[in-house]
Design a protein around this ligand. Structure first.
Ligand code: SF4
Ligand code: SF4
Length: 444
């Protein structure tokens, strides 16, 4: 993975523009991949930063570190141990993440520690499971990988609001709680995977709160996507339900769109005049953002990343942020944000970013424009896969997920009139970003 040191102003703008191409990809502060840690010996010096704030996770009674770990991919075990040493005590994972490897890494990291000192949330896919015995078999596999006798929370991932009533989940949970294998229930959502086949994230979260049987929620909230999160946070606070946040940083990592465009042209792929026009518009928008960069004296994207995370942390209704810990540097920089507030200057910075570059972020869990696509392209899902590729370093996973899509893919966008763009209230150049995402996710 690429390391970006000594970035000049132009480089900053380009990196910021990947908020754009990464469709919400993380504007990484520095080296962020497992590859980047390859040269670091296990047991590298623990970060000096320590968690300073622990917040009650709703009615679970557990006090979680405000900085948590979200392992949608596999992180180095030694880095996870360093995060634990720094006081991080919340893990979010899933049985399918890294084909079980994410759970294994956590199991290795917590080995020998006081199990009660950490809160572990995992998820199981209920599709195709016929009865509670089948669910129990899946849970047992997770427990084995995690090297623990129980998980603190088992999350359901329904695609509809009605799905929070999933009887199999609730029957299994009753058995698991009785056996002491699961302590609490939860719900996770980032909106429908397929256009028209599911409810918005907000509806699912509010239905879960209303249902009353869930203790923890996992949803999207960031400074470019406030509204649904605000409603969920308000309802959760009222019901004393725990709130864990994903995609708290909507910014992008360096992504050279021009190179990708050039590669597409070199490979003989259609790059028509309309597409070229869209690219030129994006370049112009980037050029216009230069005064914003100068005004704030920004040198690296990391300066905005910290402000983006502080925005979410500053909301006391948020219990913990699920963040990616790829390197020891991440432990230092992310844990260093614990208990941080958002200054007036940083607030202004985020507002300016939104004005200048906010249109390049495809809001997670949105999907509003999808009804305008005659080809049924799952815009938001594809942008999310590109986020996994571009921001989280999960290239293989992202490409695999994209290849497994049973709907139309974004190759359809190359010859399309871009009907979806009028349906986007944020002015996202949807067609261009989808073409670039397709190129990246298929490596062609
Ligand atoms: S560019 Fe065309 S094919 Fe692609 S998502 Fe938009 S409307 Fe659908
Ligand atoms: S309406 Fe805009 S933000 Fe929403 S999914 Fe479409 S492109 Fe993304």
């Amino acid at each position: 993975m690429r390391e970006r040191k000594g970035m000049d102003r132009r480089g900053f703008i380009r990196a910021s523009a990947a908020g754009l191409a990464g469709a919400g990809a993380t504007l990484a502060a520095g080296p962020v991949s497992a590859a980047a840690t390859a040269g670091q010996a296990p047991g590298a010096p623990a970060a000096a930063a320590k968690v300073k704030s622990y917040r009650p996770l709703g009615r679970t009674g557990f006090k979680v570190s405000d900085i948590g770990i979200g392992t949608s991919q596999t992180f180095p075990t030694e880095v996870l141990k360093a995060a634990l040493d720094a006081g991080v005590n919340y893990f979010d994972t899933g049985d399918g993440y890294g084909r079980g490897q994410a759970e294994r890494s956590i199991g290795e990291a917590i080995k020998g520690r006081d199990r009660k000192s950490v809160f572990i949330t995992t998820k199981i896919r209920f599709d195709g499971l016929a009865d509670t015995a089948a669910v129990a078999a899946k849970l047992d596999q997770s427990l084995e990988r995690l090297q623990t006798g129980y998980v603190d929370c088992l999350m359901l991932g329904p695609s509809t609001a009605a799905g929070v009533k999933n009887e199999l989940y609730h029957q299994a949970m009753a058995e698991f709680k009785k056996a002491g294998k699961v302590l609490f229930g939860g719900v996770a959502s980032h909106g429908p995977r397929v256009p028209g086949q599911g409810d918005p994230m907000e509806d699912i979260m509010l239905a879960a709160i209303e249902d009353g049987r869930f203790d923890v929620l996992l949803f999207v909230y960031n400074f470019l996507q406030k509204e649904p999160g605000e409603k969920i946070l308000a309802a959760a606070a009222k019901a004393n339900v725990g709130t864990t946040i994903m995609k708290s940083n909507p910014l992008g990592r360096y992504y050279d769109m021009k190179n990708r465009m050039a590669q597409m042209a070199k490979d003989g792929q259609p790059v028509d005049d309309r597409m070229r026009g869209a690219m030129a518009q994006m370049e112009e928008q980037i050029r216009q953002a230069e005064p914003f960069i100068r005004q704030h004296g920004l040198k690296t994207p990391a300066e905005i990343k910290a402000a983006a995370l502080k925005f979410v942390l500053a909301d006391r209704r948020v219990n913990t942020l699920n963040l990616a810990f790829n390197t020891f540097d991440d432990v230092q920089s992310l844990v260093g944000l614990s208990s941080a507030g958002l200054s007036g200057g940083e607030k202004g910075l985020l507002e300016a970013y939104e004005r200048h570059l906010g249109s390049f972020y495809c809001r997670h869990a949105c999907g509003r424009c999808e009804a305008d696509c005659p080809n049924g392209v799952p815009v938001n899902t594809i942008m999310r896969f590109n986020h996994y590729f571009e921001a989280q370093g999960s290239e293989k996973y992202a490409m695999g997920e994209y290849a497994a899509l049973e709907t139309a893919r974004a190759d359809a966008c190359r010859t399309c009139g871009g009907f979806c763009e009028k349906g986007c209230p944020y002015g996202v150049p949807v067609r261009t970003l989808l073409c670039l995402a397709h190129s990246q996710l298929t490596m062609c």
